[in-house]
Design a protein around this ligand. Structure first.
Ligand code: ADP
Length: 259
């Protein structure tokens, strides 16, 4: 038997993971999961060994977006084998519950599940692990930053004022947790009508660029509100995979290259 050791203090490296990047948003529904899935697939296309941990406990959408299903196996009863698709190794809290089952776990259970997904999953050797966080500034973000070494955070926001205000809180939280902000992504930036090509700024435009400049962090991309992005995400093959030569895929690959 191993002698009992004192619990390790402070953030730990996840075994085998070279870089851990959190994708965060202040508000829900701004496209954080869509961005996470596309970034992960773009990194895989660039030849990186990439994992995606879906920690969005209140609305895990990565199984659907990456087109994986089924309960992950645990042959030794201790560690969990992740699933894999589009070159991305993935694990989601959504694979531990039914898709239509609301997560009504209490805080400690949630934190236990998060820690299990970080430390007990056989991630293997990864260049990058992307963590799709729940929206806001809650327990999951705190636990992640306290338990694991987070190398950087990407903040996703729409140009709309409310989403921006919330994103600012997120930036503040990561600063307090000593997590470097890699940059912001403006999602749903411009809508181009698939019928007539008319360009419209449904949620305003340029708000995130202005905010990023004010805060002194890079604006990594402006992703349009595009029906094909939504259809691809719902179909289990993100736009980067389903239309790899399109402008959206190129935008995501440019971000992936910069990470
Ligand atoms: P979040 O993770 O921030 O809650 P999601 O990534 O789940 O947001 O996106 C919410 C919805 O909006 C999903 O149906 C998704 O397919 C869609 N969506 C996200 N980004 C875009 C975009 N740029 N263009 C079109 N639809 C998008």
């Amino acid at each position: 038997k191993q002698p009992a050791r004192a619990a390790p203090q402070g953030p730990q490296k996840i075994p085998g993971v070279a870089h851990l990047i959190a994708v965060a948003s202040g508000k829900g529904g701004v496209g954080k999961s869509t961005v996470s899935a596309n970034l992960a697939c773009a990194l895989a296309q660039l030849g990186r060994r990439v994992g995606l941990l879906d920690a969005d406990v209140y609305g895990p959408s990565q199984p659907r977006m990456l087109g994986v299903s089924g309960r992950p196996a645990s042959p030794d009863g201790k560690t969990i084998l992740p699933l894999r698709n589009h070159g991305v190794t993935m694990m989601s809290i959504g694979l531990m519950t039914n898709e239509d089952q609301a997560v009504v776990w209490r805080g400690p259970m949630l934190m236990g599940a998060l820690q299990q997904m970080m430390m007990q999953v056989q991630w293997g050797a990864l260049d990058v692990l992307i963590v799709d966080l729940p929206p806001g500034t809650g327990d999951v973000q705190m636990t992640l930053a306290q338990k694991a070494q987070v190398d950087g955070a990407v903040i996703v926001s729409t140009p709309q004022d409310v989403a921006l205000l919330d994103a600012r809180k997120g930036l503040d939280m990561f600063k307090q947790l000593n997590v470097p902000i890699l940059g912001m992504i403006e999602n749903m930036s411009t809508h181009i009508c698939s019928n007539c090509g008319h360009e419209e700024h449904v949620f305003g435009h340029g708000g995130v660029a202005a905010e990023a400049e004010k805060l002194g962090v890079p604006l990594l991309a402006e992703i349009p509100l595009d029906l094909s992005i939504r259809l691809a995400a719902d179909g289990g093959a993100p736009i980067v995979v389903s239309q790899p030569d399109g402008p959206q895929a190129q935008a995501f690959r440019a971000v992936a290259e910069a990470l």
